[in-house]
Structures are given as C-alpha cells and as structure tokens.
Design a protein around this ligand. Structure first.
Ligand SMILES: Nc1ncnc2c1ncn2[C@@H]1O[C@H](COP(=O)(O)OP(=O)(O)O)[C@@H](O)[C@H]1O
Ligand SMILES: [Mg+2]
Length: 497
C-alpha cells in the first residue's frame, strides 16, 4: 500500500504539534519516524490511524483520497496502530481479547479463533503467547505481541508501532524486530516505527523521516550514522541562515563603528593587552574561547562596562575612552548580556514595564501607550507572553526575543554575550535572522559563543582568545570547527595567519 500524507496540520492550543507534514510511505519497507520527545510523532501517527482528527490536510492511499474518523475506520482502510500504552480489556484471556477484537469475531467460534491466533503468533515467533493466560498476567512485550496479532488478523496492511521497545525485554525486542522484518520484507506490509531511540532505528529501518518541533526536517534512506541522524534530530546541519558578504548594500564607511587602539583590558581571570581592533558597519565579529579567556573583557569594554587600563576606544570616530555605559548607549551601542535576567531584563517587572523603561523618557509614564506598544512589540518579535506577564515567567527563547524587542532598532553596534544561550535550534535561528537584518542596515555586531559552529557560521571575522592572547582569523569562511577548536585550546599550529 502506498500512503501519502499531504499538508497535515494539527494544533493543541498554542502548540503546533504537526505543521505542514508531507510524507509518502511505500509498502514493503520499515520506516522510522524519528524525533525528540514532543516532536509530534505520536500525533501524526494517531492521525493516520484514526485516533485523532486532523485540523487540515489530506491522506491518500494508492492514489485515492481517504477520509475517515475513528480507529475502526482506519483499520478498514488497512491501517492499524499499536498505541504507546496498549488498551486491553484486562479481565479477558488472550484468546477472548483476540476474539473481541475481530470484526464479526463472536461468530468466528472459539476453536477457529484459537487456531488463527496460534497460526499468526507462531508465524511471527511469538511462541509464548498462550491463548488461555489472562491479559493481566502478560508482560508488556506479550501484550504488544497480542496487539500485533490482533491487528494482523483484522487485515491490517500498514502497521504503526509507537515507541514499541519501551518496557520490553531484550529477547522480546529481537523477536519483535524479526517479526517486523518478516512483515515488511516478505509480506510487503508497510511498517512505521515511531521512536526517539537511534539504536532501534539504525537496527531496523530502511528509511527514516525526522520530525522536529512539529515540522518534517527531512527523510533519508538508511543506513545513516548516528551522527547524521542526531544532526537531523537536533538541527546542527540545518542550512545556515543566508548571510550576505560584509558591506553588501552598504556605503563603504571611512569611520569604523568601533575602534580599539592598543587597549589593555582587565577581565575576571586574565588581562588582555595591546588589543587593536577596527569593526566596520555591517561587520560581524565572533569571539571564541574557553570561558574566562578574555573575550568577556572585550565585550564589556565595547559598551563601557569596563574601562581600559591603557589604550583608546572610539565609537563612530568619537573618543569614548573612560566614558560611562550610559554614554556608550547614547552613542548607539546596545548590549545583550548572557545572564539575561541578571543584566538585560529585570526580574519582577512585567513586559509592559520593560517596554516603558526603554521607551518612556517623561517622568510620568503613559501606561496605555506603553501597553499598546508592548502589544505591538510582542507581535513583531513573536514573544509568547502577555503584556502583564512577569519577565521571569517566560521561557528562555521568549526572554531572548523580548530582549531583542527592547534593543534599539538601528544600533551602531550590538554587543552580545552568547546571544543564543539555552535556546532551541529554531529560536536560535530566529534570533540570527533578526541580527542579520540589523546588520544589513549597517549595524556592527560583536558576539561571543561557546558554540563553535555558531561562530563559524555567522562571523565575518573571528577573534580567538586563549589566556588573554588573541589570534585573529581574518576570513571566517576559510576556517572550520576543528581548527577553531585547536585554537581555543591554545594550539596555534592551525592559525590562519
Ligand atoms: N492531546 C493533547 N493535548 C494537548 N497537547 C498535546 C496533546 N497531544 C500532544 N500534545 C502536544 O503536542 C506536541 C507533540 O506531541 P507528540 O505528538 O506526543 O510528540 P512525540 O510523540 O514526538 O513525543 C507536544 O508539545 C505535546 O505536548
Ligand atoms: Mg510519542
């Protein structure tokens, strides 16, 4: 049977559990439905097996559009699903349960039913499924075997198993996998195996479809390495957000956004000496290094939070050496600290109060205006929260987006400590899209990150910090994570200069 899912959508309140899923399943194959917990796997399979309705989308089978409600109707179309927790009628025996689950089962007769149960269970190696055992005494693995036998005897051609290896023994897993191979490869059935366990998928599947946060990330044929599958599940190998070369669409500026001239910066653990740096409008500088290697000192010096012990700092050509943080902000700097709640956001204040803090300069706040503005900002920056939510009640991603909403729209320089710390892949990409939009209008960005791939992906130039020493990689597109990893560990053999 050939099954096609087209544009499947399903929401639970604010959660978009299935977001435009398009997939095709061919008979005779075992297909892994892979994804982290909460990715939307069970939802999609429940839709296909009639346990859940879809909001929109279509299911096609062998070129025909089908429309059904309820699991019985799905079984009539040949699709059966083994739920994560099998629903049994516990007072019955295996045989009674088998009979109960048949179409017209009661007319089948006990003897015929017993033979049928035996025949199917033996064919698939379920040798210890005794017809006269009460269901209550079965192990999870045996209940699962009974469910499979029941679905098969009902003529199911597509068998869906949701996390079937949870709670079964290693021997039962071997039996189960052999049965599934038999069903798919010798009997031409479609087997869909839902799992978040890579080893199961690698052991069994002919192909995989990977879901993440409600979306289909992609499909691929097996074999695949654990690394490749992890990359699909967690998104490390997503194509990077499109990034134009520096200065594209910008008038070349004779004045750097910021310039440090032989600055000496004292950090918490190390002192950076003789650091000279010019950052042009629209340029992104990534700072790499183990924590405490001096990159924090540079970031903070760039917004006036620490003052250089020697040397000079200029912003847009103005000497700001020794000036206050406020002065740096007035000159067009914006700062996003890694400890969002400690520095960028104020715990205990609502979202509206935050917006009022940065936008209201009169002594008396116009709260109606602030609330309206907040509502607009929440929408524009996709922040999930209400104007009167306290900031600490928001998730990390939403706090980060709120921080973006609080930043001036066109800063000369954005200084960001670990701008995507603790964020999921999608939120991180969203933040970078915002940053790249600002960069395209001429904002210079200096950021640090413990994620080397983030640094390689988004930087035009990279400064690598090791024990206060700085190595510059003048063209980030010509380095890679391995080289960067060596440099932050203090090995200079891979240096680009
Ligand atoms: N019946 C439901 N009511 C509300 N939210 C649900 C329901 N079922 C699933 N969800 C939500 O939808 C998302 C996807 O869930 P699910 O399909 O069970 O993921 P998976 O099986 O990949 O772990 C999750 O955020 C989950 O909390
Ligand atoms: Mg699930």
């Amino acid at each position: 049977m050939n099954i096609e899912l087209r544009h499947i959508h399903k929401r639970f309140g604010p959660v978009h559990a299935n977001n435009d899923i398009n997939l095709t399943f061919q008979g005779g194959r075992i297909i892994g439905i892979l994804g982290e917990n909460g990715a939307g796997k069970s939802t999609l399979m429940k839709i296909l097996s009639g346990f859940q309705s879809l909001d929109s989308g279509e299911i096609w089978m062998d070129g025909q559009r089908v429309d059904y409600t309820g699991p019985e109707a799905a079984i009539e179309h040949g699709v059966g699903m083994l739920q994560q927790d099998p629903l049994d009628v516990a007072a019955f025996t295996v045989l009674e349960n088998f009979i109960y689950g048949q179409r017209g089962g009661l007319s089948l007769g006990r003897k015929a039913a017993r033979d049928r149960l035996k025949e199917i269970s033996w064919r698939f190696g379920f040798f210890d499924l005794d017809p006269d055992t009460p269901i209550a005494q079965l192990s999870i693995g045996q209940r699962q075997q009974l469910e499979i036998v029941r679905l098969l005897s009902q003529g199911v051609k597509t068998l869906i198993l949701d996390e079937p290896t949870t709670g079964i023994s290693a021997e039962q897993k071997v039996v189960l996998f052999n049965a599934l191979r038999e069903l798919a490869h010798n009997e031409g059935m479609t087997v869909l195996l839902v799992s978040h366990k890579l080893e199961d998928v690698i052991a069994l599947c002919d192909e995989v479809a990977v879901l993440r946060a409600g979306r289909l990330v992609g499909t691929r044929a097996m074999p695949a390495t654990t690394r490749e599958l992890v990359a699909m599940m967690f998104g490390q190998e997503l194509p990077p957000v499109k990034r134009e070369p520096v200065g594209e669409g910008l008038r070349p500026s004779p004045t750097p956004a910021i310039e440090l001239d032989r600055a000496q910066l004292r950090g918490k653990r190390v002192t950076v000496s003789e650091l000279s740096l010019r950052v042009q409008p629209g340029e992104i500088i990534g700072l790499a290094g183990l924590e405490g290697s001096g990159q924090e000192a540079l970031l903070r010096a760039c917004v006036g939070l620490i003052k250089p012990q020697a040397g000079r700092i200029q912003l847009c050509g103005e000497d700001v050496t020794g000036k206050s943080y406020r002065h740096f902000l007035r000159c067009g700097c914006a700062f996003g600290a890694a400890g969002r709640l400690e520095e960028g956001l104020v715990g205990g204040l609502t979202l509206t109060e935050h917006i009022a803090l940065v936008n209201e300069y009169q002594p008396v706040v116009d709260w109606n205006r602030a609330r309206r503005l907040t509502q607009e900002q929440l929408k524009q920056y996709n922040v999930r929260g209400r104007p009167d939510s306290r900031i600490e009640t928001l998730s990390g991603g939403n706090q980060q987006r709120m921080l973006m909403a609080l930043m001036p729209p066109k800063p000369v320089l954005m200084v960001l400590e670990q701008p995507t710390r603790g964020l999921d892949v999608d939120s991180a990409r969203w933040i970078w899209q915002q940053l790249l939009e600002r960069r395209a209008t001429g904002t210079a960005i200096i950021f640090s990150s413990p994620e080397l791939d983030e640094i390689v992906t988004y930087s035009d130039r990279i400064l690598v910090f090791y024990a206060g020493r700085v190595t510059e990689i003048p063209d980030a597109s010509r380095t890679n994570i391995d080289e960067l990893g060596r440099l932050i560990g203090g090995h200079s053999d891979g240096a680009a200069q």
